[in-house]
Design a protein around this ligand. Sequence first.
Ligand SMILES: Nc1nc2c(ncn2[C@@H]2O[C@H](COP(=O)(O)OP(=O)(O)OP(=O)(O)O)[C@@H](O)[C@H]2O)c(=O)[nH]1
Ligand SMILES: [Mg+2]
Ligand SMILES: [Zn+2]
Length: 358
Amino acid sequence: MEISPMELSKLGLDPWFQEQAVELCQPEQRIARVTAVDRGWYVVRNEEGEVPARATGRFLNATGSTMDMPCVGDWVCVHYDSADSASIHTVLPRKSFLHRKSAGKNIEYQMIAANIDVAFIVQSCHYDFNVARLERYLVMAKEGHVEPLLVLTKTDLVSTDELEQLILQIRRGGISTRIIGLSNVTGSGLDQIKGLMGPGKTYCLLGSSGVGKSTLINRLTGQDTLKTRTVSDSGEGRHTTVRRQLVVLDQGAMFVDTPGMREFGLFGASEGIGECFDDILELSLSCRFTNCSHTNEPGCAVVQAIAGGKLQSEHYGNYVKLKKESELNETAYTEKRKKAKTGGKVGQSAIKKSNKQK
Ligand SMILES: Nc1nc2c(ncn2[C@@H]2O[C@H](COP(=O)(O)OP(=O)(O)OP(=O)(O)O)[C@@H](O)[C@H]2O)c(=O)[nH]1
Ligand SMILES: [Mg+2]
Ligand SMILES: [Zn+2]
């Protein structure tokens, strides 16, 4: 297999991925990065450019979970079938990822992007601001080993005072992640964002529809690379971006644009929750009882901290909520997997048993 490490390093290839490729790609295959995903179709990019690609039947057959399907940012072993089509044979292991619970009742992971260095968690100062939702995104990023950054957009629509109040609210919520205020209209904050970007690094934009994610990428590329909403600015209604896509900037940094998400669930996110709420975990070490539920036990350090104003009750409430949600969904997912493996028998009886215990 041929690799041009110099050229591919511009797309983020490093020695670790190279090693994986040498081990996992066949001699007639080459390594490429997935730059777009759209309902079963992919676009892959290597040093020579982008071509549309399909996953091979054999790959699809061998893939048990949606998590193992190629997603934007993945490094893959591809076979170039012709000058303008390729087939994906293998997805290389991921260094980091962003995933969520898929929409609706279906308990399944949905990959958002892979091999991301920094997640820009974007909220608008104007209508979209919500600290609990920020925390939810933070858990998602930490869970996938992605460094988070908070971006508050549309600062042109609020006063300096209002912006300061919003930042204060975030800090009071116990969030210490770096925050950048941005106006895509006046360009304020843009230099700070440019200052963070490095060649070969991959950034992912996350946030509700209408907060200005695609507009930011257009500001950075200096042209209308991506479609943005032009008519109404209320933030409600339809999504402008409909697919996940990786854009390579002239400066060498890469951005993954995603369709806006309003609601999303978490599961199996105990690691991410632990990191985002480490203040609460630290406090709970001082509770008198090791199995303290932080409700009415004597000598509970968490309850004391809330009473003493050292811990925000909203922050704690959100911790309890996310933890419970993540654990419940995790249980349902494990049951579903078990059921799939045993043709339903064990899963069913386990569910009945747990119902009886209630
Ligand atoms: N006033 C103001 N308007 C902005 C700013 N950034 C974006 N907008 C406007 O907000 C609207 C939505 O911007 P988009 O970039 O399409 O939003 P998005 O986050 O990509 O939305 P989805 O693709 O639906 O997820 C457009 O009309 C933009 O012109 C900003 O900083 N200030
Ligand atoms: Mg968009
Ligand atoms: Zn306690």
